[in-house]
Design a binder for this molecule. Structure first.
Ligand code: COI
Length: 365
């Protein structure tokens, strides 16, 4: 494969420093990153260069007005060493929806995927082989004008870097049902991966952690009655053998994993409902012994069981994880597909072209 993007290769790979048996999440960064710049109404060719610190001006608009978005994707290897990605086009489309909402330029889908493929080609040795591990891919964009005044930036940087990761959550999580703070409102940016959505959630998450919970389960801003999503993932409940997840609106991130879970359950003949779901209905179902499962879904988190749900007056424990057939089977099916071990009947898995001898067309810096 010939790299089309300009390349400045790292002088010495950091790969041998990495302990692939003990990978944390998000702390180890692969050798290279892609950097593209938007100026005068167009994207440049971009460069793949060593992963390193950026030089920024203190007046850079994003630091002041938060014009920043990101995505999360993963790459794995199958038993033959092929590099696989799971429905990457859905993340690219969501990235561009986030960009539109935040007054930022979109990145053409084919350019995005081609550049990503080149980056994976170059750093394919960084893709972990262990089940539960993956190469996490972090595309992001920010406005880079040096300017004080609230308006959209005219210049932008689009960057993709990658990191080999272990599981985001090592254990099932407990969630606090938020009844005061809000993450998203009708007409807001909750359906995007705008950086500010996460910044604003830090304080409520910290308070929930002080109460002994791992995460916040967001509820609607008007009544705090209907569930929306968990801080780092979408949420599913199984009540009386029906899988229920909040329907998409301005406040809910349209997760690739969420979408896949819905489609796979339907394929298995399970009844799935996307609809408003109230906390009262969930607690009532628990009282009646009908709450069989609850789990979060996301690229980083994969499928993670929720072990308990608490409000400011009540806490319920969910059935033991070993007894939860829905989340367990879905996790196995999804992970199996991503590793090329389970049939991919919907053709969601993309094989990324990685020749054996990476780098033969490159010039060292
Ligand atoms: C992802 O699931 O990839 C995300 O971006 C969530 C993030 C909060 C880690």
């Amino acid at each position: 494969m010939e790299l089309k993007t300009n390349l400045k290769k790292i002088a010495k790979s950091k790969l041998s420093d990495v302990d692939f048996d003990n990978l944390p999440f998000g702390r180890v960064f692969s050798d290279h990153m892609l950097v593209m710049t938007y100026e005068n109404g167009q994207w440049d060719e971009g460069i793949i260069q060593p992963y390193e610190a950026l030089s920024i001006t203190p007046a850079m608009m994003t630091l002041h007005y938060g014009q920043a978005i990101f995505e999360g994707m993963k790459a794995n290897k199958d038993a033959d060493g092929n590099v696989l990605m799971f429905r990457p086009e859905l993340n690219v489309r969501r990235f561009n929806k986030s960009a539109e909402r935040m007054c930022m330029p979109t990145v053409p889908e084919d350019v995005f995927l081609e550049k990503l493929q080149e980056l994976l080609y170059l750093d394919s040795d960084w893709i972990p082989r262990d089940e539960g591990a993956a190469l996490y891919i972090r595309p992001f964009m920010f406005g880079s004008d040096p300017y004080i005044g609230v308006k959209p930036s005219k210049t932008f940087h689009f960057i993709i870097f990658t990191c080999p990761v272990g599981p985001y959550y090592a254990n099932p999580v407990s969630v606090y049902v938020e009844d005061h703070y809000v993450r998203a409102v009708d007409g807001g940016t909750g359906f995007t991966k705008a950086a500010g959505n996460y910044g604003g959630a830090l304080y409520p998450a910290k308070l929930a952690q002080e109460k002994g919970y791992d995460q916040v389960l967001w509820t609607d801003a008007n009544e705090h009655k209907y569930v929306q999503e968990i801080g780092t993932m979408n949420v599913f409940f199984v009540i009386d053998d029906v899988v229920i997840t909040p329907d998409l609106n301005d406040c809910i991130l349209p997760g690739t994993t969420r979408q896949s879970v819905i489609e796979l359950f339907k394929d298995q003949g399970v009844k799935v409902e996307e609809r408003p779901l109230s906390i009262d209905e969930i607690f009532e179902a628990h009282k009646n012994g009908k709450l069989q499962d609850c789990f979060g879904s996301g690229t980083a988190a994969a499928i993670i069981p929720i072990k308990s749900l608490g409000t400011n007056t009540e806490k319920i424990e969910l059935p033991p994880v070993e007894e939860r057939t829905y989340s367990k089977q879905m996790k196995e099916r999804l992970i199996g597909m991503k590793l090329g071990k389970v049939e991919d009947k919907f053709n969601w898995v993309r094989k990324i072209a990685i020749p054996q001898a990476a780098g033969e067309n490159t010039s060292d810096s």
